[in-house]
Write a protein that binds this ligand. Structure first.
Ligand code: SAM
Length: 243
């Protein structure tokens, strides 16, 4: 759908009805989106991610959720490699890792684009009697909703949702909200054969290095598990440090 405003023709987002600006990331109708917005539709990436994830969380616990905290995260905390501090978690989902970190003394800020994920996480955090500050926002775009600076940014399986055009922006944002000597810790989906051409995307080590090396002064990348039970080391554990 197009609309002419102030003499300029804009594509209109089929989900929110607002114009899609030239530098907005957009998605075109395909797969699940076709069933929602019909053929030939275009939407803001944010709008599509919001409704897709709400739908996944409303229909039960989604396939990426591991139902517990990641054992490698626990190892990092319990071995003293991560000492307590302020930690922000983009794409937190149902928040098992967030709850684990809050229980272990971290001040946790949890961000998700899906209000359903955050609603369920708030409920779980209340039941677990831990304090987590939750924010419904697009971590990359909604800069004003996410204030402050942090000792750590932690993610599991968030990068894998981002189209290639947003990945550099994501790591710039991560580096910007980290304090001096701050650390990014990511559990990132490793290579698959054939490589994924839609989300969940998968990453070769070199691709990750290429994404992070401009904004981080040092990094370590090792193999780890997804946390989902089969024990196959098909994820990367990425630790990256800002100056
Ligand atoms: C694959 S899931 C992983 C969830 C969780 N980290 C886990 O390990 O179970 C990706 C999460 O990112 C959220 N998400 C996607 N795009 C987002 C964005 N731009 N900003 C914030 N959250 C986003 C989704 O709603 C979803 O909860």
């Amino acid at each position: 759908m197009n609309a002419t405003m102030k003499g300029q023709t804009h594509v209109i987002c089929e989900i929110c009805g607002q114009p899609i600006k030239a530098d907005d990331t957009r998605v075109k109708t395909s797969g699940w989106l076709r069933s929602m917005i019909g053929d030939g539709g275009t939407a803001h990436y944010s709008c599509a991610a919001r409704i897709a994830n709400d739908r996944a969380y409303l229909s039960g616990d989604p396939p990426w959720d591991i139902g517990r905290y990641h054992p490698e995260l626990a190892r990092l905390v319990e071995s003293g490699q991560l000492s307590t501090g302020q930690i922000i978690i983009p794409g937190v989902g149902l928040g098992q890792n967030a709850i684990y970190l809050a229980r272990h003394g971290f001040e946790v800020v949890a961000v998700d684009i899906s209000q359903e994920a955050i609603r369920k996480l708030n409920h779980r955090a209340n039941s677990a009697d831990v304090k987590i500050h939750t924010i419904i926002a697009d971590f990359i775009i909604d800069e004003k909703k996410i204030e402050g600076s942090y000792d750590y940014v932690f993610e599991r399986s968030f990068l894998q949702t981002l189209p290639s055009t947003l990945r550099r922006k994501y790591f710039q944002r991560v580096a910007n909200i980290l304090r001096p000597n701050g650390m990014y810790i990511g559990f990132i989906r490793g290579p698959r054969h054939p490589p994924a051409t839609s989300q969940p995307y998968s990453f070769e080590k070199e691709e990750i290095v290429d994404l992070i090396e401009r904004d981080f002064s040092r990094h370590e990348i090792s193999k780890t598990i997804s946390g989902q039970g089969n024990g196959i080391p098909n994820y990367w554990l990425v630790k990256a440090y800002v100056n």
